[in-house]
Design a protein around this ligand. Sequence first.
Ligand code: ADP
Ligand code: MG
Length: 606
Amino acid sequence: MTTFQSLGLEEQFLQAIADLGFETPSEVQEKTIPLLLENETDMVSLAQTGTGKTAAFGFPMLQKINVESRTTQGLILSPTRELCLQITSELKLYGKYLKGLNVVAIYGGASITEQANQIKKGAQIIVATPGRMKDMIGRRMIDISKIEYCVLDEADEMLNMGFYEDITEILSHSPEDKNTWLFSATMPKEVAAIAKNFMHKPIEVTVGTKNVGADTVTHEFYMVNAKDRYQALKRLADANPDIFSVVFCRTKRDTQKVAEMLIEDGYNAAALHGDLSQNQRDLVMKSFRNRQIQMLVATDVAARGIDVEDITHVINYQLPDEIETYTHRSGRTGRAGKKGVSMVIISKSELKKIKAIEKIIQKSFIQKEIPSGMEICEKQLFHLANNIKDTEINHDIDPYLPKIHEVLEKFSKEELIKKVFSVEFTRFYNYYKKAKDLNVDGGSRSYDADAAEKFSGDSTRFFINLGRKDGLQWMDLKDLVREITELGKDDVFHVDTMDTFSFFNTDEAHTEKVLEAFHGVQFNNRKVDIEVSKDRGGRRPRGGKGRDKGRGEGRKKGGFDKKGKFKGEDRGKQASDDRPQFKGKNRKKEDRPKTGGTGGKRRRRM
Ligand code: ADP
Ligand code: MG
């Protein structure tokens, strides 16, 4: 087996490598380090993400520069700010025993004067994003006329991001005879063009098969209706209580939206995209690295090249526009030989994209089913059991034990276990017990025809005499129905508002509850009529509880103000009297699938 010693690295680097805990060189390191150390040459190195490219160029560059000199000798261009910072800190670790080494990161979104000051102190190596670099060269804040080594890291991505011109401009300020080392996961023709135009007889190093994803990553896809995408995401997270993941969306807006929804639903999530300030992005990355964030929702650009250890799952909330990008996404997991899973949530029409990706990664996807509510409950239950098993006992509790014993003395071990589990579990169970099958072509139901579900199945369609003329859009109406009936946010669906009336659905099981709840309710001093819709195939409830029974008692419960907000008597109290399963005050929480796993706070509580 090859060792780092045999690659020709000096003692101080071997020491740093030992400190880092690297035992043997990765393939790309084994192939490139000796070549770069022994030759003054250009190089094109193709290796998938997570194979250790940073060290492959980092060590040779550090060994070759002269730290005694303050002149800038090495330039590394990388596509994003995050990557730029990551490479900088890696290089500092690699060169920790090099006295006088100064590596400076140059990137947009941070103070340019501050960066210029750092450069003035003398940086042997600059790690930069192309945009800011070009800017600073233009302002004569940086001089790269004496560099000897230039690295184009993640070259394919830099070109994808439209940095070709910037790179050309930057390189025009650098000496002809420098060595250029290009690193890329893929080799599209744009990268080939760079190699041709900017490099002189580069040595080519290819690790593994070109474009192929890491072997340690399993690829799975889940087919759902587009409208169920978010629910599917939540279930995937809930079915993996220890998830530590990057969730990819296509646009900044979706990224922000999905992150916000997750946060609202009680997950430890955050968004990472280019509309955030540099400061915000740094904070997010810091929390993610510290694992305060379990689900980092990111755009491709922002997450490019991010190297965070032990990411368990990459979730493709949406597939990327360019299927080549998939390799970069899935490369966030399964790094450094660890196992990882890349999940893709697709709608039926995207199936052909999966086939195309399989060709690129040269691996097959496994089609999997979105877990059912009960499967998730089971997972969570055992996760909880294992957590309890592994929890270290906190002896600060000891003084209180006698009193606690008193409180609990009449319960057997059996009963205590049941109670402990119920504390954490019931809310979760309540959320999922009625959960629908989200799979397309998978479960017992076909979800193909949205309309079919709307007007049949196990749901009841209601007619209500409120509509747009009352100032209600469908979302307002949904809120209103939920407020009156105290149903959960997924319990009221297919809301269609017309001018003077509207329709909505609930599960058939809620039919009576809904009719009951609307007894005597008024809106803008007008009596609200609600009935089970006979139109368009809407199902009549069983047991003869139709419109007649639901009306006419005139039991006034209050009314709404202009905005449709409920005003009047203490509905919360009434509700909890005749609806034991819903605690009025806790509704908001009850909406959420609070899990032991995805809620860090909750876990800490255990
Ligand atoms: P790439 O740039 O190819 O995507 P990185 O350089 O970011 O990959 O390295 C991926 C991860 O592997 C990093 O956490 C790095 O510290 C680690 N790593 C690199 N080389 C080795 C090695 N020889 N042994 C163990 N871990 C390594
Ligand atoms: Mg890299």
